[in-house]
Ligand binder design. Structure first.
Ligand SMILES: Cc1cc2nc3c(=O)[nH]c(=O)nc-3n(C[C@H](O)[C@H](O)[C@H](O)COP(=O)(O)O)c2cc1C
Length: 185
């Protein structure tokens, strides 16, 4: 799929059909996450592909979001900031989370490209997810992604925020591109 099309087509899907995705397609989406930028050359993210129904149901409880139970697969993304903290001190904590965000966006675009659907779930009781999936205590759970095929026409994509509300030129709050002075009149 064309990159621009994938970026614009990505949307959160919370209603899935009963059709089961091929788990190898999901692995390919996770593979795409490896190509995201990494601070100091240290890859800090892990992806856990969950297909056990009982675990998926428990993840839904930890997230207090029932729609997760309808997904055939759930991908849980975690990151371990340890090596980045050793290298960069407190900033390493931030770098790890930023790196996870970049990796996740690659993953999400590939999900769209594969014809699959998901929703970024960031609200959950972290300790419950960690306990359930045996995630080490020094790792952070970044997000949970229930994966499936969208139930036909379940929802259309909302328009994104207007560009002129987020874009400034040369300094925060400057809404117009000021013409550059000519070098010579
Ligand atoms: C950090 C983060 C956390 C989110 N947490 C949840 C969540 O817990 N449950 C949920 O249904 N959607 C969650 N979302 C999805 C947003 O609600 C969704 O991206 C937003 O409404 C824009 O819609 P779109 O993804 O279709 O463009 C989260 C998104 C982000 C980036």
């Amino acid at each position: 799929m064309d990159l621009d099309k994938a970026i614009k087509a990505r949307k959160s899907v919370r209603k899935f059909s009963s059709k089961k995705p091929d788990w190898r397609e999901i692995i390919e989406c996770i593979d795409a996450a490896r190509y995201a930028p990494v601070a100091g050359g240290n890859y800090v993210c892990n992806f856990i592909l969950v297909d056990e129904k009982e675990k998926i149901n428990k993840i839904a409880v930890a997230a207090q979001q029932d729609f997760i139970t309808k997904a055939q697969y759930v991908v849980v993304v975690c990151s371990n900031p340890g090596r980045l903290v050793n290298l960069y001190g407190k900033a390493g904590e931030i770098y790890a989370r930023q790196q996870a965000g970049a990796a996740i966006e690659n993953f999400l675009l590939k999900i769209v490209d594969s014809g699959l659907s998901t929703c970024w779930v960031g609200h959950f009781v972290e300790k419950d997810i960690k306990h359930l999936l045996d995630i080490p205590s020094d790792s952070n759970v970044e997000a949970v992604f229930p994966i499936g095929f969208e139930l036909k026409k379940a929802r259309t994509k909302k328009a994104p925020i207007d560009l002129d509300r987020i874009l400034f030129f040369n300094e925060f709050g400057q809404e117009e591109m000021v013409k550059q002075k000519k070098l010579r009149d």
